[in-house]
Design a binder for this molecule. Structure first.
Ligand code: GLN
Length: 485
């Protein structure tokens, strides 16, 4: 584990390196490594060097924040004014938004340096990043394996030291699962903790933006910088977190950790052993382990795929060839143009979900599927609320297995959906969760442990994750290549 952001902040602030020099090192490493890993789909080196220049001035004036001058990456579904934002879909080919997403606006003001936009599953729909129209990114830990998804490019860029940190989006696990597959940290904040303004919508009641970093402290720094209410996202809320970074050092003694056996059903044995060992470390340090039941967990996957697809089918209605990106070459009428544009522009997985979503919302099936899913969502929320009456956090695996080999899940969409079982319940309930590296499996691939908290209690899960990271043996380590300061 390396606290890359803190280390770089120190070096930038005491003048050991300038942001421009640092940015050039990152650019060089991207030029060398990205052709193999395919983590970035659009690089923004000119913008980066301009940003670094501004950051150096801020640093000189002594006005710089912790993230000032630090090179980073954004998932390709986060809007950047005048810079390609394509959701890795042909339908948004060449699309350059006219505004910045709230998160990028905030980071830019703080002097962040944008290296580029990262690879992802088309419209964030997937768990391997293989549905990207630019081809899959490769897992830096083992290039025969996927990065996970959908924020796979963000995870690969951070893991391979091609960015000091990155932002991803998490609708059903897309920050946490790729972080776990690549052996880094991923935080999904509470729904409403971070503005979604300028995040291209997938499932609006589930989507959240979160950081991918090498360490828990780095995740806390980035979360601190992007959180907060925004009038342009009516679901965002102001919450007084106090000093999150100071809170990292708290003791775990007396903390109540819930463990639900349902999360461990059918997961790989070596993974189970590592996570149980992680839980023991907390116990040894005075935390209380409480065995709990989460019977509604088995309903979470169908509920998620009904709600996410329903929302996606509505959100993706806007891509009609008139306003954005791709338009078909020849057509007879406006209907024909829309039909051909959408047929050519969307990939198979996106089409499948639009069809599923349209089906569950159609008048004959609405009650049987969508309405029922909404009712069961409430039941899942109730179960989580009851658990958090008794527990401070829950600990679970991030995914039921480590990174799949490339092209492994492509054949069966349902099999791929099943692999989201540990992450989707958290989005359904809108609660925060962090994935931290927790050893490796027998194949040497990283395992992720999820620490799940109450709404707006990021401070506790970050504190618990930090404690684990500081007090456990680092079995995953840092990738050898890329920028090493
Ligand atoms: N794998 C999940 C899906 O395919 C989650 C994706 C996400 O969080 N964006 O929907």
């Amino acid at each position: 584990m390396r606290e890359i952001i803190s280390e770089l902040t120190q070096k930038l602030h005491n003048g050991e390196i300038s942001s421009v020099e640092l940015t050039k090192q990152y650019i060089k490493s991207i030029e060398e490594t990205n052709p193999t890993l395919n983590a970035y789909v659009h690089t923004t080196f000119e913008t980066a060097l301009q940003g670094a220049d501004v950051a150096d001035k801020m640093l000189k004036e002594g006005k710089a924040s912790a993230l000032c001058g630090i090179p980073m990456a954004l998932k390709d579904n986060i809007c950047t004014d005048g810079l390609l934002t394509t959701c890795c879909s042909k339908i948004l080919d060449g699309f350059k938004p006219y505004y910045d997403a709230a998160v990028w606006e905030k980071l830019k003001i703080q002097g962040a340096v944008l290296l580029g936009k990262t690879n992802m599953d088309e419209f964030a729909m997937g768990s391997t990043s293989e549905s990207s129209c630019y081809g899959a990114p490769l897992n830096p830990r083992n290039t025969a394996h996927v990065t996970g998804g959908s924020s796979g490019g963000s995870a690969a860029a951070v893991c391979s030291n091609m960015a000091a940190y990155a932002l991803g989006s998490d609708t059903g696990g897309s920050v946490r699962q790729p972080a776990s597959f690549c052996g880094i940290v991923g935080l999904k904040p509470t729904y409403g903790a971070v503005s979604r303004y300028g995040l291209i919508a997938y499932g609006s009641s589930l989507d959240q933006i979160g950081p991918l970093t090498y360490s828990v402290k780095d995740a806390a720094i980035v979360f601190d910088a992007i959180k907060g209410a925004d009038r342009r996202d009516q679901t965002s809320k102001a919450f007084d977190y106090g000093n999150i970074l100071e809170g990292l050092n708290q003791d775990v003694k007396g903390k109540k950790i819930g463990v639900a056996e349902e999360f461990f059903d059918g997961i790989d044995e070596d993974m189970k052993a590592q996570i149980l060992e992680g839980i023991k470390l907390f116990e040894k340090n005075g935390a209380e382990i409480i065995n709990i039941k989460l019977p509604a967990l088995k309903l979470a996957l169908p509920v998620y795929y009904i709600i996410a697809c329903a929302e996606a089918s509505s959100n993706l209605g806007r891509y009609d060839g008139i306003r954005y990106g791709h338009r078909t070459d020849s057509y007879d009428s406006i209907d024909d143009m829309i039909y051909k544009t959408r047929s050519e522009g969307f990939g198979d997985e996106v089409k499948r979900r639009i069809m599923l979503g349209t089906y569950v919302l159609s008048s004959g099936y609405y009650d049987a599927y969508y309405k029922k899913a909404i009712v069961i969502r409430e039941e899942i929320n109730r179960e989580f609320n009851d658990i958090f009456e008794k527990c401070d956090v829950l600990i679970a695996p991030t995914a039921p297995h480590t990174a799949f080999p490339l092209n492994f899940r492509g054949a069966s969409p349902v099999e791929m959906y099943l692999s989201d079982i540990c992450t989707v319940p958290i989005n359904i309930a809108g609660i925060p969760s962090i994935s931290v590296p927790c050893g490796k499996d027998a194949k040497g691939l990283p395992i992720g442990m999820q620490i799940i908290g109450k709404k707006f209690d990021e401070a506790t899960i970050l504190n618990m994750a930090y404690f684990y990271e500081q007090n456990s043996e680092d079995k995953v380590g840092i990738y050898e290549g890329g920028v090493r300061i």
